[in-house]
Design a protein around this ligand. Structure first.
Ligand code: SF4
Length: 101
């Protein structure tokens, strides 16, 4: 019985260490503009824009795949805020998004 407990604890510690290492080694740096855009969207995660949620919509806008008008709960003020934000915030290489209204 004691051997089983010791083995369970040892396996748990090893798996925890592996997960910890993987979270550091496989960390992907996210474009900080994604969260900024999500914060400007209505955050209803309704999917009416054709994306599975507001974060996916933000990524799609950054990739120039979606129009801001696809966000049905959003209003003109929201669209102009996001456009103005993206006109002032290029990506890491200095490229600006061509915002589709
Ligand atoms: S339509 Fe707007 S509120 Fe709904 S998921 Fe898309 S971006 Fe979010």
């Amino acid at each position: 019985m004691t051997v089983v407990i010791v083995l369970s604890v040892a396996v748990s510690v090893i798996l925890a260490l592996l997960l910890s290492f993987a979270s550091v080694a496989l960390h992907v740096e996210e474009d900080p503009r994604v969260q900024d855009i999500v914060d400007m969207l209505p955050n209803q995660n309704c999917g009416l824009c054709g994306n599975p949620g507001c974060k996916a919509m933000a990524v799609s806008v950054l990739n120039e795949d979606s129009r801001l008008s696809q966000c049905k709960p959003g209003d003109q003020e929201m669209r102009e805020s996001i456009r103005d934000y993206l006109n002032e915030h290029p990506d890491a290489s200095g490229e600006y998004v061509k915002v589709k209204m």
